[in-house]
Design a protein around this ligand. Sequence first.
Ligand SMILES: [Zn+2]
Ligand SMILES: [Zn+2]
Length: 238
Amino acid sequence: MRIKADLHAHSCLSPCGDLRMSPLALARAASEAGLQMIALTDHNTALNIPAFAHACERVGVYPVFGVEVTSSEEAHVLALFADPATAVDFGTTVYASLPDVAFDPESYGDQVVVDEEEMIVSELSKYLIGASSLSMAELGAMIHRAGGLYIPAHIDRASFSVWSQLGFLPPDRYDAVEIVGRSDRIAFDGFTAITSSDAHEPEQVAQRYISFDAERAGFEELHEAIRAGRVELHGLTE
Ligand SMILES: [Zn+2]
Ligand SMILES: [Zn+2]
C-alpha cells in the first residue's frame, strides 16, 4: 500500500503552536488529511508524547514520536523514535540542556502539557525556543544510540537551519534531510530528502508530506523506505 506520512508537526506545548493543536487535534487532522503516519515533534521537549500516543491509537493513525531540537549551533534537528518512552527520555535530556530562560506566556504564547483527556496538566517554565547546549554531532550520536532517526530540519530555510547557521551541511551520519522547497540552496548529495508540514495549527497538517510503498504503516517500514531512498515528496514550495 501507499503510505503517506507527515513527520514534523507541533502541538500546543510548543510556544508557537496553536492552543487548538492538542495531540488529539493533530491526530484527527492527520486522519482527515488521509495520512497513515503522523509525528509529533515539539521544540526541545516530548512531554505531550504520551497524550499523542493515546490520541493516535484512538483515531487510528500510526504515531512517530519525535522532538525538534535546537542544537548549540541554533540549527533545528528532528529526532524520530519508534516508542514513546524513548522519545520522552530523550526530550527530558534535551530540556535539561536548555538555558534557564524564564518563560513568559504573555510575550511568547503558551507551553501547555495535556493529558489523555486533553486537560492541561502543567506548563513548562523554561522557554522552549532556546538553544540546547548539545551540538548537532552530539545530538546525532544520542539519537542513534537510542535507535532513532537523525534528520536536520528544513535545511533550506532562511532561519534556524544548517544553511542559515553554517552555510553548509556538515558531514555526519544523517538518516535523511528535511527540505521545504524546490530550490537548491544547499547541497545534500547522497542523503534522502524528506519534506513535512511543520504544522503549528490543524489546518496546516499534510501541507507537505512524503509517501512510500510498504506492506503497512510502521517505523521500520519508514526507516527502510528512507534508507533505500524510496520516498516521494509532496507539496514542496516552488
Ligand atoms: Zn524548525
Ligand atoms: Zn518545527
